[in-house]
Design a protein around this ligand. Structure first.
Ligand SMILES: Nc1nc2c(ncn2[C@@H]2O[C@H](COP(=O)(O)OP(=O)(O)O)[C@@H](O)[C@H]2O)c(=O)[nH]1
Ligand SMILES: [Mg+2]
Length: 480
């Protein structure tokens, strides 16, 4: 997501790093580069202009200060980062709950925007947080729409309220109303109303959505929009804002080659926050939209926060605890740990998607490596480690040529692959020892595949060298 924008931002900011002291002319140059990058990514012209003008102004006015620091480029970087977070909406905005349940969420948007899929994703998200959502099928436009929502609901185990004789067959407003009533009776605490879209904005569509809105009085109207629409996304948003009104935006299809323009323009131009992002067709390809994390991705710093969350969810707490104790006791990291971490990593779902969240992974050479990443490698690595004796796993230094040949034979891999693994493991082990001494990655974050996550608490560890900022993204920038 945002690959090309991210690559351009990274390259502009990297070129700044090589300059040492920054002059006013350098700022002009970088601002021009950023502006081009934004416009090429379909960001609305006025948004790109305001954004770059602010960066220029802030950079110039603090230039003297910035040049006093040991790494002036970081000063500019921080300005760009904080302005990016601002145009992406600042703070993460969550669903507002109704004072009296159920909380009604109405989805609006063009046909194909991803409303029906989103209804399932959102319902699953709410259910996972202990809620009891109900889906309401108020799209009666297309013959198959109700059926589609029923399938979506079944896939995530969420009940669907569909029109039946008496519930207003053929009338989406009555269905929505009856759906809300049903939720009240059956104590569903959330109602998600799926509505019809059209291929383009039209009067009848807006009026129907407005009538549903007036009938169910939603607590949140979410405008769902395909991020790949680029500039059109903003135009559509404006029409819906005028025609129906909405409280928040959901960007879908961020997994495609969306150029990012929609995300960067929509908040400024509509004054409404982006609340959720969908990144695929699976019900779980969905998350809250975090402006700070998105800015971090765009700047090529990765998304360590999401990665750490996923790592936390995937790692076996017992295993993590065991490792934490071991680490705190000063024991060395062994191939046995490496293997258990590897097995835990496999649970984490798509490796490449996850690795893409690491700093620098979405640009240039790293991106290429990532695209070539073979999940089968994990299986091979596992096979090699499993062909080792416990003593060998405990101490790779005893692995002489004969042992390596035996392991290769036992695992059906080439000796070169065994050597490769031993090398990789040895450098991971070395890195672990260095991290123990100071610095290091945020808690819960595995540094590279097969590496253990850092322990959650550092209490038992020797004091760390304190980073200038607590924010991992900024810290990565400081190190760069
Ligand atoms: N790749 C991808 N496809 C999506 C995403 N969201 C929806 N889709 C697909 O887009 C198509 C239209 O989605 P649908 O929910 O029917 O849109 P609606 O007309 O607004 O209800 C379907 O094929 C979905 O599977 C997404 O985030 N990523
Ligand atoms: Mg639909």
């Amino acid at each position: 997501m945002f690959d090309s924008l991210s690559a351009k931002f990274s390259s502009a900011l990297t070129s700044l790093r090589s300059r040492g002291r920054i002059k006013a002319g350098d700022i002009d140059e970088i601002v021009a580069e950023i502006r081009t990058a934004l416009i090429e990514s379909d960001v609305a012209l006025e948004v790109a202009d305001t954004f770059t003008a602010t960066i220029k102004e802030l950079s110039l006015s603090s230039l003297e200060q910035i040049n006093k620091s040991t790494n002036p480029a970081n000063g500019i970087f921080e300005i760009v980062n904080s302005e990016l977070i601002k145009i992406l909406g600042g703070q993460t905005r969550r669903i507002r709950m109704a004072k009296k349940a159920p909380t009604v969420i109405m989805l609006v948007g063009l046909q194909g925007a991803g409303k029906t899929s989103l209804a399932g994703k959102l319902a699953l998200y709410l259910k996972n947080q202990g809620n009891t959502p109900l889906l309401v099928a108020s799209d009666l436009q297309r013959p198959n729409a109700v059926n589609q929502l029923q399938q979506v609901g079944a896939a995530v185990g969420i009940p669907v309220f569909a029109p039946e004789p008496g519930n207003g067959v053929g009338d989406p407003v009555k269905v929505a109303q009856a759906g809300k009533k049903f939720a009240e009776d059956k104590l569903h605490n959330f109602v998600i109303v799926d509505t019809a879209g059209r291929l383009g904005v039209d009067e009848e569509l807006m009026s129907q959505a407005s009538r549903i809105r007036d009938a169910v009085k939603p607590d949140e109207i979410l405008f769902v929009v395909d991020a790949m629409l680029g500039q059109d996304a903003v135009r559509t948003a404006s029409s819906f804002l005028e025609g129906v009104g909405f409280d928040g935006v959901v960007l879908t299809k961020l997994d495609g080659d969306a150029r990012g323009g929609a995300a960067l323009s929509i908040v400024s131009l509509t004054g409404r926050p982006i609340m959720f992002a969908a990144t695929g067709e699976k019900p779980s390809d969905f998350d809250l939209f975090h402006p700070d994390r998105m800015a971090s991705r765009i700047l090529g710093l990765g998304d360590v926060a999401t990665l750490a969350e996923q790592a936390k969810a995937a790692f076996d707490p017992d295993l993590s605890k065991k490792f934490e104790e071991k680490y705190a006791a000063g024991d060395d990291f062994t191939l046995i740990d490496f293997l258990s971490q590897l097995q835990a990593m496999k649970k984490m779902g798509s490796m490449t998607k996850m690795l893409g969240m690491l700093p620098g992974m979405n640009s240039g050479a790293m991106k290429k490596q990532l695209d070539n990443f073979d999940e089968g490698d994990l299986v091979k690595t596992e096979a090699i480690i499993q062909s080792m004796t416990p003593a060998e796993r405990h101490d790779v230094k005893i692995l002489n040529g004969m042992r390596r040949a035996r392991i290769a034979k036992g695992s059906g891999r080439a000796v070169s692959e065994v050597n490769n693994l031993v090398d990789r493991f040895t450098s991971a082990q070395k890195m672990m020892r260095q991290m123990r001494k100071g610095g290091g990655l945020p808690a819960g974050l595995p540094a590279i595949p097969g590496m253990p996550p850092m322990p959650k608490s550092n209490k038992a560890l020797p004091p760390k060298k304190k980073s200038k900022s607590g924010n991992p993204a900024k810290r990565a920038a400081e190190q760069g």
